[in-house]
Ligand binder design. Sequence first.
Ligand code: KE4
Length: 428
Amino acid sequence: MNTANSKKAFELAQNVIPGGVDSPVRAFKSVGGTPIFIEKGEGAYLVDIDGNRYVDFVQSWGPLIFGHCDKTIELAVVDAVTKGLSFGAPTQVETKLASKICDMFDSIDKIRFVSSGTEAVMSAIRLARGYTGRDDILKFEGCYHGHSDSLLVQAGSGAVTFGTPSSPGVPADLTKHTLLAKYNDIDSVKKCFENSKNIACIILEPIAGNMGLVPADEKFLQELRSICDEHETLLIFDEVMSGFRASLKGSQGISNVVPDMVTFGKVIGGGMPVGAFGARLEIMNKLSPDGPVYQAGTLSGNPVAMFAGLASLEKILETKDLYSEFEQKAKRLVEGFKKAANKNGIELQINVRGSMFGFFFNDMPVKNFDDALKSDTDMFAKFHQAMLKEGFYFACSQFETGFICAAITDEMINDCIESAQKVLSEIK
Ligand code: KE4
């Protein structure tokens, strides 16, 4: 596979952009090789600047549920652009998209749009702190919620539950308000509540996609709900990735547990920059300009992005059996991988939730971040690189999630499984 142009482009990019990329994971550091530079998308495919075509199982990390250049979404964007790119003033399309999302969730009376998932989570945390008057927050090892300071936290020494900064530039003074617990481990959560009577919220990915795909146990979610009720702590579901991907209602289409606040992103922007956070009236009324909790954004609710998101959501609601078809394809794909791996003496753990799928080169089921870290990342890297050469584009890290989109056909799934059988027999 010729990637000469991508190699050249990557060299040039690194002269003027840190790491040559605008988001670190794109640099292929954990899988090796040169990141491929994209020329265009076409339905289920990515085409790189050397003319190579790949079936895209990343879809811009989740937003493109109908694949690239979906005509419906494209027309909505083109039409919006002809009326102007941005006004910094209210538009009716914001109300339309907000109403559509609020109508889908009993627990959401109002929603605020922002321009990224990071912004949505950062704002939700501030609102939870403002609403409860408490400073501490609780997150889980292995869950990623964007790069705002309070959430760039790693486990402190085993004894303490308070986190330490996971990045230079984040003051320890800030992260001392962030407690860390173990995913799917309710005792570690109880320990945090013994160490702090000042916890404003628990935030988690109810279907974790940033340590690889690791769904929370239903019992664990129920216990989190009870603990939050007992301590009057808000439960925040970060569904930036799982929203409209795990099911029409994200984790809430699968679990019976209802959070106090939800963050969204990705799919609700249809490929354009959008994030959002929503909750019941008494919480959202605390938000400026109604309430004292400040939050703002020049391009928040950008009309072009709103029309893209609205077109995406309307198409989702109009498409029959969308998620059952996604789930069938996702299951067939990773079960095909597992069968091929086992045939070659390789252990593979697989997970599926709607259009989301994950596979770990690991001989034990993965229930939390410690388990995920035991995966064979070298094997993952070899698989990723080899599948790229076969024309299949997967997330460039063992600790990410793959996606099925509506443009991916059964034939593409069959071809991918066939390639995986070939690759796994070569790399074992
Ligand atoms: P953004 O700021 O990247 O739009 O959203 C942050 C975020 C928040 N919450 C969850 C559950 C997320 O998955 C994300 C972002 N997801 C990653 C993919 N693992 C984005 C890819 C990247 O960082 O380049």
